[in-house]
Design a protein around this ligand. Structure first.
Ligand code: ADP
Length: 376
């Protein structure tokens, strides 16, 4: 049923053969009394025109109509549809011409469609780039403005020691934010150039999880979040790159802090996941992720569809450029692990990083475990 309108449009295109052959017939009739020449070329032109405009169907319809008209009016015996040898020869030539011209026309249409698709893709890429540049500029400018304002305040003589300490702490935090942003941007271009590597070794994932919790505790406390770390007893070590793991987990924890309203709960958990894997979970009771966004959050620059729908400005009001989860997923996959998220809008999200358990019998130089792997 869905193909009906398309079939109708296709059939309408073939009908171009009718006026084309009618024009050829009319023109031939007009000039025939004055010109003693073979007029089959006029019909051949009608066939070629129909094939160009109406495709193979149009060309074949024009071929049949032209042959009938030629047989009836111009070829002996007159006023009969009988085809003599000349008529059959013409039919073959018209048919062949229709085939060639319709193929050329189809190739041209395909090239045009490809060109249009490429143009739309380029326009979309440009729009994403513009959005990205705007977000990066905003993200770079906001901390700088804060730093500038606080520095001006510190230059005054009337600030107390406590205020100085507080403002200097704020400046340090804003500097960290800038450094993180620039590191993410650098990582992105280094990943694209294939020069970010991970070197899996024996790592105590619980220790890394605790470190990440501690490192984010100031940011979490500022928002009134309660952060707890829950590590199952007797967990085996994992095969991972310690630094890459720390960066991936930190990004996820930073998001949990950012996307959870003040006074939220964030839980960092490590547990075994079957005999061969260990699962690190970062759960929050924040705003959650919409069903339509869940499958996209690990994509580069994806920031979620804001309340105004897919066409409004992306990302809403939260600071960010949509790189944290993308970089985390690239690093985790590079270590031979997996990352995913389960989330419900309004109730919170849980990100899970699964890593292979360390095996003593594995020789990192020869085994299938990634060794100094460039991540992409
Ligand atoms: P950014 O935070 O800079 O936008 P990320 O790649 O870190 O980029 O995250 C992508 C998107 O995933 C975010 O914009 C947000 O919409 C969603 N997201 C990530 N973590 C959470 C979370 N814990 N709770 C709700 N949404 C989240």
């Amino acid at each position: 049923m869905a193909g009906r309108p398309e079939q109708k449009a296709q059939f309408a295109r073939w009908l171009v053969a009718v006026p084309a052959v009618a024009v050829a017939l009319g023109g031939t009739m007009l000039v025939a009394p004055y010109v003693q020449a073979d007029v089959s070329a006029v019909f051949l032109a009608a066939v070629m025109f129909s094939a160009w405009k109406g495709g193979l169907g149009g060309g074949m319809l024009a071929t049949v109509l032209s042959s009938l008209v030629r047989a009836f009016f111009f070829l002996p015996p007159a006023y009969s549809f009988t085809l003599d040898a000349t008529g059959v020869e013409e039919l073959a030539i018209f048919g062949f011409a229709a085939l060639v011209i319709s193929s050329l026309s189809a190739a041209r249409e395909e090239a045009t469609a490809r060109e249009q698709a490429a143009r739309v893709e380029a326009e979309n890429a440009n729009a994403v780039k513009d959005e990205f540049l705007a977000a990066v500029s905003h993200e770079l400018r906001t901390p700088l403005t804060t730093i500038k304002t606080l520095t001006r305040i510190l230059q005054r003589d009337d600030t107390t020691d406590d205020e100085r300490r507080e403002y200097l702490g704020d400046i340090a935090l804003e500097c960290d934010r800038q450094i993180d942003l620039i590191s993410n941007l650098l990582d992105l271009s280094r990943i694209r150039a294939g020069i970010v590597t991970v070197t899996p070794r024996r790592v105590d994932a619980g220790v890394v999880l605790r470190e990440c919790g501690r490192a984010q505790s100031v940011g979490a406390a500022e928002r009134g979040h309660e952060v707890s770390v829950d590590i199952e007893g007797g967990l085996p070590d994992v095969c991972a790159d310690r630094d890459a793991l720390r960066r991936a987990i930190s990004s996820i924890v930073e998001n949990a802090i950012k996307y959870t309203p003040d006074g939220g709960r964030i839980v960092l958990r490590a547990r075994s996941d079957g005999a061969a894997h260990l699962a690190l979970e970062i759960g929050d009771n924040g705003r959650g992720i919409r069903a339509e966004d869940v499958s996209h959050v690990f994509e580069r620059f994806y920031r979620g569809v804001p309340d105004g729908g897919p066409d409004s400005v992306r990302g809403g009001v939260m600071p960010g450029i949509g790189l944290g989860l993308y970089l985390a997923s690239v690093l985790v996959r590079g270590m031979g692990g997996e990352i995913d998220v389960s989330s419900a809008e309004g109730t919170g999200s849980t990100f899970t990083v699964r890593l292979p358990v360390w095996r003593d019998d594995v020789d990192l130089n020869v085994d299938d475990i990634p060794h100094e792997t460039a991540v992409r």
